[in-house]
Design a protein around this ligand. Structure first.
Ligand SMILES: Nc1ncnc2c1ncn2[C@@H]1O[C@H](COP(=O)(O)OP(=O)(O)O)[C@@H](O)[C@H]1O
Ligand SMILES: [Mg+2]
Length: 277
């Protein structure tokens, strides 16, 4: 009879709120296990659902700023061109504004690419490339922000680093995500980011290593194992969506490499990306 009660509650979908009657014997145990499993399933579903709505919120948040900026700039451009006379100074200003719109559009493109590439099986377009060059390319993308915020980027590349077969675009995205996190971790903005490349030979093979270290806030021990999970973020307030490291991890795995993290709260964080060569 107890089992019937349990099943009735489960069917009515209120087994979470109801006290589970003490069931005894083998069948009772099975029934109890069933209830536990159902409960877990329901919680997992709720969690997924919450992750999804957080994700949607994150998307909205991330695209709001660039969209606002583009919208306001467009309005301003219209004001300029509805004047009776447009001066050379106006034209110069228009050119600057169009640059801003271009930049914001690029941002939007990047954001949407991050979403699109998540969980898509990664097909690699392998090319023989220099990791040092790739890193320089990504650093150049952050030049404006690092200069404006006074964050120092210090490079220490192995000049003899062998070239290796990598997917150019994906590796750039990987470093983009790591360096973006490093910049965001530095507060107030007077820290440094050290970017080092080196080779290591050990029993596991020959490795090319890129090391991205920052003097930022650090990552508490208890969350270190979750930072690579999709949608895990401690930056909800700032509009973080928690995809950067999940994507970084996928990219590294697709390349047959590995990634290590070392961090201490208040001291900073170091990510080490390993590639076979
Ligand atoms: N360099 C870093 N310094 C401190 N915390 C970091 C760093 N990189 C990642 N994290 C932590 O890992 C979390 C997940 O990072 P990520 O997947 O890029 O998502 P997001 O940056 O959107 O939060 C961050 O919210 C942050 O708590
Ligand atoms: Mg990030």
């Amino acid at each position: 009879r107890n089992m019937m009660t349990i099943i009735e509650h489960a069917e009515a979908d209120d087994f979470l709120e109801t006290e589970i009657p003490e069931a005894s014997g083998a069948i009772g145990k099975i029934a109890n296990n069933l209830v536990l499993t159902l409960t877990e399933l329901k919680l997992a579903h709720a969690k997924k659902f919450e992750a999804l709505s957080q994700f949607a919120g994150g998307v909205a948040h991330e695209i709001r700023n660039p969209l606002n900026s583009i919208g306001m700039t467009a309005q301003y451009l219209k004001n300029i061109f509805t004047q009776k006379k447009v001066s050379q100074r106006d034209i110069n200003e228009v050119i600057e504004l169009l640059d801003i719109m271009n930049y914001e559009t690029d941002q939007l493109k990047k954001i949407s690419e991050q979403f699109l590439t998540l969980n898509r099986p990664r097909q690699l377009k392998l090319e023989v490339v220099s990791l040092n060059n790739l890193l320089d390319f990504v650093l150049a993308e952050f030049k404006v922000i690092t200069e404006r915020t006074g964050i120092k980027t210090l490079r220490n590349y192995d000049p003899e680093l062998p070239k290796t077969r990598l997917d150019d675009d994906q590796i750039r995205q990987l470093f983009f995500n790591l360096i973006q996190n490093a910049i965001q971790a530095i507060q107030p903005k007077n820290g440094s980011i050290y970017i080092t490349t080196s080779i290591e030979k050990n029993a596991g093979g020959n490795w090319i290593i890129a090391n991205i270290r920052d003097t930022g806030v650090g990552i508490p021990d208890q969350i270190q194992e979750r930072i690579f999970d999709a949608y895990f973020t401690t930056k909800e307030q700032e509009g973080g969506i928690g995809l950067g490291l999940a994507i970084a991890y996928q990219i590294i795995m697709a390349h047959g490499g590995r990634i290590e993290v070392k961090s201490q709260v208040g001291m900073g964080t170091e990510f080490k990306a390993f590639f076979k060569y």
